[in-house]
Design a protein around this ligand. Structure first.
Ligand SMILES: C[S@@+](CC[C@H](N)C(=O)[O-])C[C@H]1O[C@@H](n2cnc3c(N)ncnc32)[C@H](O)[C@@H]1O
Length: 290
């Protein structure tokens, strides 16, 4: 029998196929980075998965032969199946020796399983594969809410993962939940499961209280349209109209600094050790402390 892996891996390594995964930001026409644009322009094959028609048009204007991966989704079928189809669609031309570029909206490595898995498999098979960053929905949200994640800390989860693994939160840090619009639903669907939303509201109420205000954020993907920033109490989450493009932001419940740490660090009480009594948004979405 032939010594299996060495020979085949080495010969694959000599293959010229390669993969680069890029992000388009939320508005491809304005947020695509120069390096991502360059990769899209020079690859032999281009695939994309974006969330709005303008971004699609933009990618197509750069590469008219670019192929959408959206047909990998089948309504009512598990999203996992669609991801598998995407990965194999992306890898087929890499295996035939082509340079392949895949563009996912936002940051291609944030809450995007097929991007990480395609890179992992490509590398395992001896091909060059890498990822370039993009502007994520969370990045956009920090900018529009005027929230600095280093100020109180910030925990980010995928909403179903948050429930299923009973992730522990520190309520004095902010909490960001992606995919709340499909919480508890592993199939490809545009609706959240009501059961999932109810459970999410219950979990949050336990930690923060039913009246704690959370932000439902939807970044605009079109040039003339404003983003949507809605503030609702936890108890209204199930009826708040969360969609597939909603990111849920749970503001921190401020707590006083630890006196002993302040003393041993010899910090003088100042702005940095001040106890914020409340975190809230002003009408333009900026964070204010009062
Ligand atoms: C599959 S994840 C993809 C995230 C994407 N890769 C990114 O970097 O933002 C989908 C989730 O991203 C968030 N998202 C997508 N589009 C958004 C938008 N326009 N505004 C706010 N959040 C958005 C929502 O939480 C949504 O459920």
């Amino acid at each position: 029998m032939k010594p299996r892996s060495r020979e085949s891996k080495a010969s694959r390594r000599r293959a010229s196929g390669s993969l680069v995964v890029v992000g388009t930001g939320l508005k491809a026409a304005r947020q695509l980075t120069p390096e991502a644009r360059e990769e899209i322009s020079r690859a032999d094959r281009v695939f994309y998965l974006v969330s709005d028609p303008l971004s699609e048009r933009w990618v197509k204007s750069l590469r008219p032969t670019a192929r959408s991966l959206v047909s990998c989704y089948l309504s009512g079928r598990p999203r996992g199946e669609a991801y598998e189809r995407m990965i194999e669609t992306i890898l087929a031309p890499v295996r035939s020796g082509h340079t392949v570029c895949v563009a996912f909206y936002g940051h291609p490595g944030v809450s995007v399983l097929p991007s990480h898995e395609a890179i992992r498999r490509a590398r395992e098979e001896g091909f060059d594969a890498r990822m370039l960053p993009g502007i994520s929905s969370e990045d956009s949200m920090f900018a529009e809410l005027g929230f600095d994640p280093t100020r109180s800390g910030c925990q980010t989860y995928e909403a179903t993962d948050f429930l299923v693994y009973r992730r522990r939160v520190d309520p004095s840090s902010a909490l960001v939940l992606l995919q709340a619009g499909v919480v508890g639903n592993l199939n490809y669907s545009s609706r959240p499961s009501q059961r999932g939303l109810r459970l999410l509201a219950q979990r949050l109420a336990k930690v923060y209280g039913r009246k704690h205000e959370v932000v439902l954020y939807e970044a605009s993907v079109l040039p003339v349209v404003l983003s949507t920033i809605r503030v609702v109490p936890v108890e209204q989450l199930t009826t708040a109209g969360i969609t597939g493009s909603t990111t849920l932001f749970v503001p921190p419940r401020p707590r006083p600094p630890d006196r002993e740490s302040v003393r041993s660090l010899r910090l003088r009480p100042s702005k940095t050790t001040r106890v914020p009594s409340r975190w809230r948004l002003d009408p333009r979405g900026n964070e204010t402390l009062s």
